[in-house]
Design a protein around this ligand. Structure first.
Ligand code: UFG
Length: 346
């Protein structure tokens, strides 16, 4: 049997590129679809160095039915789709809600239409722990925890897309897995691929590494008066390669006839760490001093949330393996690599 072809939308992005590496390592043949709206064509070169051949890639927008149709029709034997491509900035979604609904919902509908048309049955969808909103029954959320009214249009698109997929799976033509990611951090152990935030990073770890290397003057910790042991927010930080591996497990899971038509899995470590703990762990792992200050709370931040990962551990057979220190060290290695190759993000 040949290698199974998997369309990876957003395959040049942060999580997508790490998943491409894992797909190849597990005997799959990824077909990358990306329009580089929030990624860079250079990622394809870096992937080539990592996996030893140039991955097939198509520069197109997943909302463009005709262009994407050509990818499906040129490949008669596609085994599945992993759909990463989406707008993902919470703050930007407040400013441009229509663009978020249009892009995130439309691209999914185009993909579902084409899957049905070309008899492609397996879908893995990138969801987010944002669907839990601010959890009230404790801070550890399980897949059956209540979904809260979304705090942003971005979060709402994830809820809408989950619901669309759940309803579509009822027709027996498509089986899907919805993966609710917690906070991905870190980079491939080689330091050759990683997160590439355009402009000033919103996320904590790229802000830390950019501060450590001197691109930013100092990190601001957004508030230290939360009701947590050290007053700073708690999140479940997961190494991006562990997260990438969960997609391989999800494809295996969907491929087993007995398994549910639409499965949902939390993809997190099951541990919460505070912002202060992340900063301390970075300083310890790199033996560097980080310039930081305590600032105002950021609007919309959930106080504390982390995964109950028991379902993915026992049913998916997946567990996060890398520690917080390893994750932070890999993020630092990546930042150093960007400097070494003089790659400019702005
Ligand atoms: N933080 C700082 N300073 C910074 C950046 C972040 O203190 O400069 C703090 C935040 O306040 C938060 C923590 O670091 O407590 C993590 O923040 P991130 O922005 O890295 O991640 P979030 O948890 O806010 O966001 C993530 C995903 C989103 C998703 C959201 C809600 O990146 O896509 O979770 O679930 F929508």
């Amino acid at each position: 049997m040949g290698r199974k072809k998997i369309i990876v939308t957003g395959g040049a992005g942060y999580i997508g590129s790490h998943t491409v590496v894992e797909l190849v390592a597990h005997g799959y043949d990824p077909i990358i679809v990306d329009n580089y709206s929030n990624s860079f064509p250079e990622v394809i070169d870096w992937l080539e160095e990592l996996i030893g051949f140039r991955p097939i890639n198509h520069n197109l927008d997943c909302c463009d039915y005709d262009s994407l149709k050509k990818v499906f029709s040129d490949n008669s034997d596609i085994a599945g789709v992993i759909h990463f491509a989406a707008y993902k900035a919470v703050g930007e979604s407040m400013e441009k809600p229509i663009a978020y609904y249009q892009n995130n919902v439309n691209s999914l509908l185009v993909i579902l239409n084409l899957m049905e048309e070309f008899n492609v049955k397996h879908l893995v969808f990138s969801s987010s722990c944002t669907v839990y909103g601010t959890p009230d029954n404790g801070i550890q959320v399980a897949e059956n925890s209540e979904l809260k009214p979304p705090a942003s249009p971005y979060g709402h698109t994830k809820i809408i897309c989950e619901e669309i997929i759940q309803n579509v799976c009822g027709n027996d033509k498509i089986k899907a897995s919805l993966l609710r990611y917690f906070n991905p951090i870190g980079a491939h152990r080689s330091g050759k691929i990683g997160e590439l935030p355009i402009g000033k990073p919103n996320n904590l770890v790229p802000f830390i590494t950019q501060t450590a290397i001197g691109i930013r003057e100092k990190l601001t910790i957004f508030g230290n008066t939360y009701n947590t042991p050290d007053g700073t927010n708690i999140r479940d930080y997961i190494h991006v390669s562990d997260l990438a591996n969960a997609h391989i497990k999800a494809l295996d899971y969907i491929g087993n006839k007995q398994n549910e038509k639409c499965s949902i899995f939390n993809i997190g470590t099951g541990n919460g760490n505070s912002v202060k703990e992340v900063v301390d762990a970075f300083e310890k792992a790199t033996e560097m001093k980080l310039n930081y200050q305590i600032g105002e709370k950021r609007a919309g931040d959930v106080e504390a949330i982390y995964a109950n990962a028991q379902k993915s551990n026992s049913i998916l057979g997946w567990t996060a393996e890398r520690t917080l220190e390893e994750s932070l060290l890999s993020a630092w290695k990546w930042q150093l690599n960007l400097k070494a190759i003089d790659f400019k993000l702005d």
